[in-house]
Design a protein around this ligand. Structure first.
Ligand code: SF4
Length: 409
């Protein structure tokens, strides 16, 4: 979501004649912030302290993102060198202020932006109506607001017309999307977007086990454009912990979704999130999570150690009773387990032909991109292939993180 917000603000500024540059040469520094964890919020404050040195009367410092919803105007009292506090998505007044402030005449052609434009992120739903007890999102992003399908489709067509090959539909809980004008939910939106001529791939994230509908899985399975990847956070493999997290489902529901999805798409890439050390997580509860990870064999698990986030129900009303050392032990145990699982699963790709959408070149100048199941792939001996092209490769090597292959004959 933050990447999409940054893109959206950057596009607006590029359209107004601004260009991206190094901090040393720039007139304006904008921090787009995340506060999902205390550590992210602390990084914003430390960056703001650092920028004190950089600030001059001619330069502008602005902050946008979730910290604005959380801290609001207090930020400017705390950091008097901060010029602007910009609410998420409400960029026009800020851009107008900048235009009034920097009255440059742009006589030379503008340098091109460094963006490849291969993937275009579109926010279709903002905020969240769930109230997971550990999560700050509903507080900072508010209740769900759904973007009309007609606007989403217009933006998708424009992006594809401008050269995007992949569209990524975003929402904190994207499965809950519905068109405010009554044209249907996420499955209907996906069906409409995938028909846009020239579009090669369509992704959506993040799903919620309580809201994901079977119809969406059927649309995915039937499509050559929709990617075979689900980002479906489980958070815990123990029903008592899930209840305390107020996730609204049990592990048997989650298993049923995975079974249905894999029946329809045996090669589905499955990504999840897991928190260890949530208040009240006993050793037995932790072992349930471990067993579930072994059973389901996710492709990627984003693992986090629970830390109380001020302003959430779990921080304010639950006792953080798992000692730090024990959380760390559980985290390391699951990291090691997942490394093994990911290596085992990735090795299954060796010898297979897969389709790669090229996104750019790595530090060794080798083209890289992602396969439809979400895994990163590097192409060896690919010649002049450019970002945005799609190519079939035969996988020669696989590590937990990526595949390496040659163009298929
Ligand atoms: S569904 Fe996701 S965004 Fe919404 S409250 Fe739960 S964790 Fe936060």
């Amino acid at each position: 979501m933050n990447a999409a917000d940054s893109e959206s603000l950057a596009r607006r500024l590029l359209a107004a004649g601004y260009v991206e540059d190094s901090l040393e040469r720039a007139d304006v520094a904008i921090l787009n912030t995340c506060v999902v964890r205390q550590a992210s919020e602390d990084r914003v404050y430390s960056k703001l302290h650092e920028l004190k040195e950089w600030k001059t009367p001619e330069r502008t410092i602005a902050v946008t993102g979730c910290i604005v919803a959380k801290e609001g105007e207090t930020l400017q009292r705390r950091f008097p060198h901060l010029d602007a506090v910009v609410p998420i998505g409400d960029y026009e007044p800020f851009v107008a202020d900048l235009e009034a402030r920097y009255d440059y005449s742009l006589g030379e052609p503008l340098p091109q932006s460094g963006r490849t434009g291969v993937s275009h992120y579109i926010r279709v739903i903002e905020g969240c109506d769930h109230n997971c007890t550990f999560c700050i999102v509903p507080k900072v992003r508010g209740r769900e607001k759904h973007v009309p399908m007609a606007s989403v489709l217009d933006e998708c067509r424009r992006a594809v017309g401008d050269g995007a090959k992949e569209i990524v539909l975003l929402g904190q809980n994207v499965d809950d999307y519905h068109d405010p004008d009554g044209r249907g939910g996420l499955a209907s939106l996906v069906r409409e977007v995938e028909r846009i001529p020239g579009l090669k791939r369509l992704r959506f994230m993040t799903s919620h086990p309580q809201d994901l509908e079977s119809e969406l899985l059927e649309v995915m399975a039937a499509s050559d454009v929709v990617c075979r990847e689900l980002q479906l956070p489980i958070q815990s493999g123990d029903d008592t912990v899930l209840k305390r997290m107020a996730r609204g489902y049990q592990t048997r529901h989650y298993r049923a979704i995975v079974e249905r999805a894999r029946n329809l798409m045996p090669d589905l890439g499955l990504v999840t999130d897991v928190i260890v050390g949530f208040p009240g997580e006993s050793e037995a509860a932790f072992m349930n999570t471990r067993a579930l990870m072994e059973e389901i064999e996710f492709d990627v698990v984003h693992l986090a150690m629970y830390s109380p986030r001020g302003g959430t129900f779990s921080a304010d009303r639950m006792h953080d009773d798992v000692p730090h050392q024990e959380k760390l032990r559980r985290l390391n145990d699951l990291l090691a387990l997942q490394r093994e699982i990911a290596a085992r699963k990735t090795a299954r790709w060796i010898g297979r032909d897969v389709e790669v959408l090229i996104e750019g070149r790595d530090e060794l100048n080798r083209p890289y991109g992602r396969i439809r199941q979400g895994k990163r792939a590097i192409v060896l001996r690919a010649g002049d292939i450019a970002a945005g092209q799609v190519l079939n490769i035969r996988v020669l090597q696989a590590t937990a993180g990526q595949l390496l292959g040659l163009p298929a004959a």
